[in-house]
Ligand binder design. Structure first.
Ligand SMILES: NC(=O)C1=CN([C@@H]2O[C@H](COP(=O)(O)OP(=O)(O)OC[C@H]3O[C@@H](n4cnc5c(N)ncnc54)[C@H](O)[C@@H]3O)[C@@H](O)[C@H]2O)C=CC1
Ligand SMILES: O=C(CO)COP(=O)(O)O
Length: 324
C-alpha cells in the first residue's frame, strides 16, 4: 500500500525505510526540496548521516504528491509543528485515511496531546499513534526494535500494528492511546532530568533515583488522564524511559547532559522534552499534583534554578512513603 510519511527527518526517514522493507510504497514529504532531492539520490545526510537509504524510497517537497492515493499517513514532524502540518495536509486527504501520529510531545500553547489536536484538525479521519523505544538510526539500520501502536478503536490499533510491522520492527497494539502518548511525551522530560544529573557530575546513584522517582511522576500524571498502568509499564512508558535515560544517543538525554555541564544550548538538535517540560509542569500545577522532578526540568530550562540547587531542593523535601 502507499504510505505517505510527512516529515523527512531522522524518524520519518527511518519509518519510511521500515515501510519499504515491509513491502509498502512509502512517499516521504520533506519541507525542503533540497532534502527531498537528496533522499531520492539515496541519502539523508542532515538527519541520518552515514546511512545509505534503500533503493525505492520516494520523496518530494510537494505535499499533494506525497498524499495522492495514500492509504495511510504517518505524521512525523516535531510535536509543535503538527497542527500546521495536518492543517496543510487536510485539503489533500479523504476522510477515511488513517493518520498515525509519531511525534512525542504535548502542544505547548494548548496542553493538548497529539491525538487531541489531530482530532480538532481532522475530526473524521481514524487516528492512531506509534511510540516506544526506537532510535531512528537503529530502525534505519534494520536493527531489532519493538514499539506500541495505539488507537482508541482496538481493531484499528491491531490493523495499523499489522501494517506497520516489518522484518525488524515489531508493533504491539493497544487501545490505550492516552497512555501511549503520555508515556512518549513525558519520558523525554525525564531523559533531560537524567542527563542533567549526570552532566552535573552528581553520580550514577542520583541518576537512578531521578529516573525511578521521575517514573512515579510520569505514572501519576498519565493515570490522571485515564492511562492504564500496564501501558506505562510497557514499551511506550518504561521501555522508552530505559532507552532514552541511558544513552547519549538520545537527543533529550544529550540536551540534559549539556544543561548539567553548563554548556551553550543554542543550535542543538531537536529535544522534544525541552518543549514539553513547561506545559507538563503547568498541567501538574493545574491538577494540584506533586511532580517535583518534572517541575525542576522546566525551571532548569527557563534558567530559574541550577542543577545543584534543584537537587538540594529535591533532597530537602519532606520524607514520605515510597508508594503513591
Ligand atoms: N529520532 C528518533 O529516534 C525518534 C523520534 N521520534 C519523534 O519523532 C518526531 C520527529 O523527530 P525526528 O524526525 O527525529 O526530528 P528531526 O529533527 O530529525 O526531523 C524533523 C523533521 O521535521 C521537519 N520540520 C521541522 N519543522 C517543520 C515544520 N514547521 N513544518 C514541516 N516540517 C518541519 C524538519 O525539516 C525535519 O525534516 C519527534 O517528535 C520525535 O520525538 C520518535 C521516535 C524516535
Ligand atoms: O524517542 C526516541 C527513542 O525512542 C528518540 O529519543 P530522542 O528524541 O531523545 O533522541
Amino acid at each position: 500500500m502507499k504510505i505517505a510519511v510527512l516529515g523527512a527527518g531522522a524518524w520519518g526517514t527511518a519509518l519510511a525505510l521500515n515501510a519499504l522493507r515491509a513491502g509498502h510504497k512509502p512517499h516521504l514529504w520533506a519541507r525542503d526540496p533540497g532534502l527531498a532531492d537528496q533522499i531520492m539520490s539515496g541519502s539523508n545526510n542532515r538527519y541520518l548521516p552515514d546511512i545509505a537509504l534503500d533503493e525505492g524510497l520516494t520523496a518530494s517537497a510537494e505535499m499533494e504528491a506525497a498524499l495522492a492515493q495514500a492509504e495511510l499517513v504517518l505524521a512525523v514532524t516535531p510535536a509543535q509543528t503538527l497542527r500546521t502540518v495536518l492543517s496543510n495536509a487536510k485539503q489533500h486527504l479523504s476522510l477515511d485515511i488513517p493518520i498515525v501520529l509519531c511525534a512525542k510531545g504535548i502542544e505547548r500553547d494548548s496542553g493538548k496531546l497529539m491525538s487531541q489536536l489531530a482530532r480538532e484538525v481532522l475530526p473524521y479521519n481514524p487516528i492512531g499513534a506509534l511510540s516506544g523505544p526506537s532510535f531512528a538510526t537503529d530502525v534505519a539500520k534494520g536493527l531489532p526494535t519493538a514499539v506500541t501502536v495505539a488507537a482508541v478503536e482496538e481493531p484499528l490499533a491491531r490493523d495499523l500494528a499489522h501494517k506497520l510491522s516489518g522484518p525488524h520492527l515489531r508493533c504491539y497494539a493497544t487501545d490505550d492511546l492516552t497512555g501511549v502518548e503520555l508515556g512518549g511525551a513525558l519520558k523525554n522530560v525525564l531523559a533531560i532530568a537524567a542527563g542533567a544529573t549526570e552532566g552535573a557530575g552528581l553520580g550514577a546513584s542520583a541518576v537512578a533515583a531521578i529516573i525511578t522517582r521521575g517514573f512515579v511522576e510520569l505514572r501519576r500524571i498519565a493515570r490522571s488522564f485515564g492511562a492504564r498502568e500496564e501501558t506505562l509499564m510497557g514499551l511506550s512508558g518504561l521501555g522508552d524511559l530505559i532507552l532514552t535515560c541511558s544513552s547519549a544517543q538520545s537527543r533529550n538525554f544529550a540536551f540534559g547532559l549539556a544543561l548539567g555541564r553548563g554548556e551553550d544550548l543554542t543550535g542543538r538538535p531537536l529535544a522534544e522534552g525541552a518543549h514539553t517540560a513547561g506545559i507538563a509542569a503547568s498541567i501538574v500545577t493545574r491538577k494540584g499534583f506533586d511532580a517535583p522532578i518534572i517541575e525542576s526540568v522546566s525551571d532548569l530550562i527557563e534558567g530559574r534554578v541550577t542543577v545543584q540547587n534543584a537537587m538540594k531542593a529535591l533532597l530537602s523535601r519532606p520524607l514520605k512513603n515510597e508508594a503513591g
